[in-house]
Every structure is written in structure tokens, then in C-alpha cells.
Design a protein around this ligand. Structure first.
Ligand code: NAP
Length: 331
């Protein structure tokens, strides 16, 4: 097997610039972790787009095989909780940032990072969801854990046509929430409406800093954008409203005041998918199977790309030209 070769995208740093190339690797080149996985699918997430294009400081060690998530089959393992032939999913744990990731036909990873493929999902479907969709589910869980129900009132999703946003809209709508959506362009409305959004709140005001408090509109919100957008979301929350914040597609800053928190009791909840404990991952994956029906999932995946096409898709993602999820078929 050590003579056999397979394809992977490898990122190298040359003159402080990121160079991405598809390389033919042998198994000896893979990291010395305990579990070898034959990868079936990976996906393109916002973080992958930043890593592959070199436009964000994502890569922590060079050279690196990017891809922050994948699904596939265990080939060999010394982890007693896994066995050869078992289908598995990986998201997070700094894979695709610090450790070699999913843009490869094979990868060696720590067995403890793998989650058994949830019953009812194929590896393709698991990656149609991917880290972005998984995070959308975590945002919905965070809101509900804070006491939000469909009766609480309207829920706003920002970046609603993106990967996290699309899944959040679909799940919330299926659960009976009245979902309002913020997107970057009216071209995306039809797509987001098909996922269940009832109205769109796009308007020029989102480009401006809000007043410390604006009119109260939302019982809850999922924010994937950050910066001025999150500041306006906070200023527009109802008394005791709850915001789940997971992203920075519009910037990592947060130009807000304490007013929404101290005068309206607004709660800002941070959501992280990378270091989430394993037991919470299994619960979230199992919930996705129930709350994200297959027909909605089909609608969320805009395109499937090969390893050679990931670079162009990454550029399009950062330019805000994509909608939904991008599946990467590594084979
Ligand atoms: N915390 C975590 O564990 C975690 C996990 C996954 C993702 N994330 C973060 O969540 C964010 C979304 O990820 P994703 O995979 O869904 O990315 P994505 O598919 O690119 O979606 C991001 C969406 O944000 C909107 N957007 C992009 N640039 C914007 C700007 N300058 N101003 C306002 N809106 C803008 C666009 O929404 P429209 O298409 O509606 O216009 C875009 O589709 C990213 O910041 C990502 O890093 C965090």
C-alpha cells in the first residue's frame, strides 16, 4: 500500500504567499495519526476559502492539506472505539488549519476526532451539511437552550444564503419558526424563500452603524456576519431577545454599545463548532437527521466540485457569489 499514490491538494508557503497545487502523495507522506480514512466527500467552508486563497491567516503549519471537514470510511485504526469499514464524519478540531484535512483521497487523523456517520445519512449527505450546516444546527440548539420557542416571535438569520445561514433558515422554518432573512442581494431571495424564509429585511441601513437601540423586531437571531450587521441585530432585538453569533463574514469587529444588554436584557451567545466536545457533536448530528429533511438538503447544495475546481469556488465564495453549500468530490 505504501507504493500506491493518491491525490491531495497541498498548500505551501512561497515568498509569504499561499500556493495551492494538486499533488500525488504516497501513504508515507501522511501524518502519523492512529486512523487512516478513505475520504469520500469534503466541502468548501468559508474558512477553507480563506485558507486555499491565502486571504486569511488560517494555516498554522506548512505544508498543509486543507479541508476542515470530511466523511469517508475507516481503512485501518488502532483506536478501540473504531473499526475498519466503519463510515465516519469529521468536522473541526483544527483539521484543515493545523492538521492535514479533507482535500485528499486518504487522510490519517486522530480516531477521537471522528464521529460515526449518523444513521439515515450517506457520506455525501453528511458533507452536504458539513461544518457550515452543523454550525447552523448548533446555533438553533443555542437559541432553544436559552428558552426560545416558535411562540417567542420572529427570528432573523443573517448571511441567510450562505452555508450556515441556509441550514439555519431551513431548520428553523421546519420547526415552525417565523424566519426573516438578511441576504446580500435580491438574486438570492428565491433560493432562501424555498428554504422557508417568510420575509427579507435587506436594506441600505445594514451598511451603516446602528443607533445604540433601534426599534424592537426580533425574538431571536442567528448571525453569521459579525461587525456592523451584528451590531444592528443587537440594537433591533426585542426585550430579552437571544442572539447566536457564529461568524465573521462581514468582519471580526463588533461596533456596539452595552445598551441592548443593560436596557433590554439581550443575550449574546457565542457558538463554536471546532472544539465542541464529542458527546455534543453526536447529539447535534443525530438532531440534524430529524430536523433537516432530505428534500431541503438537496436544495441547499448548489454545486459539486472536484479538487482541481476548489480554488475557483473559494474565490467565488469570498466574493459572495455563491449560495448554499459546495460539496467537494475528492475522487
Ligand atoms: N463558529 C464556528 O464554529 C463556525 C463554523 C462554520 C462557519 N463559521 C463562520 O460563519 C460564517 C459563515 O460561514 P459559511 O460557511 O456560511 O460562509 P458562506 O457560505 O460564505 O456564507 C457567508 C454569508 O455571509 C454573507 N456575507 C459575506 N460577506 C459579507 C459582508 N461583507 N457583509 C455582509 N454579509 C456578508 C453572505 O450572505 P448572503 O449570501 O445571504 O448575501 C454569505 O453568503 C463565516 O464567517 C465562517 O467563518 C463559524
Amino acid at each position: 500500500m505504501s507504493e500506491q499514490t493518491f491525490n491531495a491538494m497541498v498548500l505551501r508557503e512561497e515568498d509569504k504567499k499561499t500556493k495551492a497545487a494538486i499533488e500525488s502523495l504516497t501513504f508515507d507522506a501522511l501524518p502519523g495519526e492512529d486512523t487512516l480514512v478513505k475520504i469520500e466527500y469534503s466541502t468548501l467552508n468559508y474558512k477553507d476559502a480563506l485558507a486555499v486563497t491565502g486571504k486569511g491567516k488560517i494555516v498554522k503549519s506548512w505544508p498543509l492539506v486543507p479541508g476542515i471537514d470530511f466523511a469517508g470510511e475507516v481503512v485501518e485504526t488502532s483506536n478501540p472505539k473504531l473499526k475498519a469499514g466503519q463510515k465516519v464524519v469529521l468536522t473541526g478540531w483544527s483539521v484543515g488549519e493545523k492538521y492535514w484535512g479533507g482535500y485528499s483521497q486518504y487522510q490519517r487523523v486522530r480516531g477521537e476526532w471522528l464521529v460515526p456517520l449518523p444513521k439515515g445519512l450517506t457520506t455525501r449527505q453528511a458533507m452536504m451539511i458539513g461544518t457550515a450546516g452543523f454550525t447552523g444546527m448548533l446555533c438553533v440548539n443555542a437559541l432553544e437552550d436559552a428558552g426560545v420557542t416558535p411562540q417567542s416571535g420572529p427570528v432573523l438569520v443573517t448571511g441567510a444564503a450562505g452555508g450556515v445561514g441556509s441550514v439555519a433558515v431551513a431548520i428553523l422554518s421546519k420547526l415552525g419558526y417565523s424566519v426573516s432573512a438578511l441576504t446580500g442581494s435580491t438574486d438570492k431571495h428565491e433560493y432562501v424563500k424555498a428554504l422557508g424564509a417568510r420575509e427579507f429585511v435587506d436594506g441600505p441601513e445594514w451598511a451603516d452603524p446602528p443607533r445604540p437601540l433601534e426599534g424592537q423586531k426580533w425574538a431571536a437571531a442567528v448571525d453569521t456576519v459579525g461587525s456592523k450587521v451584528l451590531a444592528r441585530v443587537l440594537a433591533e432585538m426585542n426585550y430579552n431577545g437571544v442572539v447566536a453569533a457564529c461568524g465573521l463574514a462581514g468582519g471580526a469587529d463588533l461596533p456596539t454599545t452595552v445598551m441592548p444588554f443593560i436596557l433590554r436584557g439581550v443575550k449574546l451567545l457565542g457558538v463554536d463548532s471546532v472544539m465542541l466536545p464529542s458527546k455534543d457533536r453526536v447529539m447535534a448530528w443525530n438532531r440534524i437527521v430529524i430536523d433537516l429533511p432530505g428534500d431541503l438538503l438537496d436544495g441547499i447544495t448548489a454545486q459539486t466540485v472536484r479538487l482541481e475546481e476548489v480554488g475557483a469556488a473559494a474565490e467565488a465564495m469570498l466574493a459572495g457569489q455563491l449560495r448554499g453549500r459546495v460539496l467537494v468530490d475528492v475522487n
